[in-house]
Design a protein around this ligand. Structure first.
Ligand SMILES: Nc1ncnc2c1ncn2[C@@H]1O[C@H](COP(=O)(O)OP(=O)(O)OP(=O)(O)O)[C@@H](O)[C@H]1O
Ligand SMILES: [Mg+2]
Length: 281
C-alpha cells in the first residue's frame, strides 16, 4: 500500500541558531502506510511530539525530508494541502476549542476550506454523529466534560475529511470512560472510514490493537514491530523507561515465579485464555 507519511533521515533541532541547540530527532526513517493504525511510544522527551509535528508541517526538518502523501513538507506552497491531508489532535481539548457553540467549533475547519454552506452543514452533522455528540451541537463547549470536549476536537478534525489523523496523547487528561470513548472513536475511524491513525500515548494498553508500534528514545526510533513483537520484550522496554500492558506484566511476573506462559497474550481475552488454560485444567 502507498505511504501516506514518509520521513527520510529526518533530523530536527530546537534553537538551532543559538549556542545551545537541542537535538530532538536524529535521522529518523519512518513509513506509514495508507490505512494503517500506528502507535508511537517513548519516554518523556524522546521526541514523539516533535516527530508528530512534522507530519502536518507544524515543524520543518533541519535535515532530511518528510513527505505527506508524497508532498514535501518543506515546500511552502503545499502547506494547505498537507494540513488538509493530515490533521492533528492534541492533549488538551481546551486549547483546541475556538467557538462558543459546539457546531460552530466543528465548522471552523471546513469554513476555512471554502466549502458551500450545504456541504459544511453536512460535514459538521456527520462529524458530530461520528463522535456521538450530535445532540450537543447547540451546547457551549466550555460547559462539556473533558472527554466530550476532546470528542468535539476530534469532530473538528474529521469534518476536514483528512486521510490521516495524528493524535498526541489525546486521552491523557481524560478519565477512564472518556479515554475509552476516544479510543473507540479512533478505532472506528480507522476500521470503518479507512483513516490512517498515528496515536502517541503513554498508556501501553492503548497500543495492543495497533497494526504496528514504534518506540522512540533520545530522538531515534529504537524499536518497531507488531504489538506482540514489541510487548514480549519486557526487559528492553523497561530499560527504555517504559512499562508493558498489565496483561503482559502479570504473565511476566508469573514466569519470574517459575511458570512458562506465553508473553504475547497481550489483549485481555488472550490473557484470560492463557491463564484459564494454565490454572483451570
Ligand atoms: N520548544 C522547545 N524548545 C527546546 N527544546 C524542546 C522544545 N520542545 C521540546 N524540546 C526538547 O526536545 C526533546 C524532544 O521533546 P518532545 O516534546 O518531542 O518529546 P516527547 O517524546 O513528546 O515527550 P513527552 O512524552 O514529555 O510529551 C526533549 O529533549 C525536549 O526537552
Ligand atoms: Mg509529547
Amino acid at each position: 500500500m502507498a505511504d501516506i507519511i514518509k520521513s527520510d533521515k529526518l533530523t530536527f533541532k530546537y534553537n538551532i541558531n543559538s549556542d545551545t541547540p537541542k537535538t530532538a530527532l536524529s535521522e529518523v526513517d519512518i513509513s506509514v502506510s495508507s490505512g494503517e493504525y500506528l502507535v508511537i511510544l517513548g519516554h518523556n522527551g524522546s521526541g514523539k511530539s516533535s516527530l508528530a509535528k512534522h507530519f502536518n508541517a507544524v515543524l520543518l526538518p533541519c535535515g532530511g525530508k518528510v513527505y505527506v502523501d508524497g508532498m514535501d513538507t518543506s515546500d511552502e506552497q503545499l502547506l494547505y494541502e498537507i494540513r488538509r491531508t493530515c490533521g492533528m489532535v492534541f492533549q488538551n481539548p481546551d486549547n483546541q476549542i475556538v467557538a462558543t457553540i459546539t457546531e460552530e467549533d466543528v465548522a471552523f475547519g471546513p469554513e476555512n476550506l471554502g466549502l458551500s454552506r450545504k456541504e459544511i452543514r453536512s460535514r459538521v452533522d456527520d462529524a458530530l454523529k461520528t463522535v456521538g455528540m450530535y445532540e450537543y451541537r447547540e451546547h457551549a463547549p466550555h460547559l462539556l466534560s473533558g472527554g466530550q470536549k476532546q470528542r468535539i476536537a476530534v469532530a473538528g478534525i474529521i469534518a476536514m475529511r483528512p486521510r490521516c489523523i495524528v493524535l498526541d496523547e489525546p486521552t491523557s487528561m481524560l478519565d477512564p470512560a472518556g479515554r475509552r470513548d476516544i479510543l473507540n472513536i479512533i478505532s472506528d475511524l480507522n476500521k470503518n472510514h479507512g483513516i490512517t491513525i498515528i496515536l502517541i500515548t503513554h498508556h501501553m494498553y492503548e497500543a495492543v490493537n495497533a497494526d504496528r508500534v514504534i518506540v522512540m528514545d533520545q530522538g531515534k526510533m529504537v524499536m518497531e514491530g507488531t504489538p506482540k513483537e514489541i510487548f514480549v520484550q519486557v526487559e528492553k522496554l523497561n530499560s527504555l523507561g517504559l512499562t508493558v500492558p498489565q496483561t503482559v506484566e502479570l504473565l511476566y511476573n508469573l514466569n519470574q515465579s517459575g511458570f512458562n506462559l506465553p508473553l504475547d497474550s497481550i489483549t485481555l481475552d488472550e490473557c484470560v485464555d492463557t491463564l484459564a488454560s494454565q490454572f483451570c485444567k
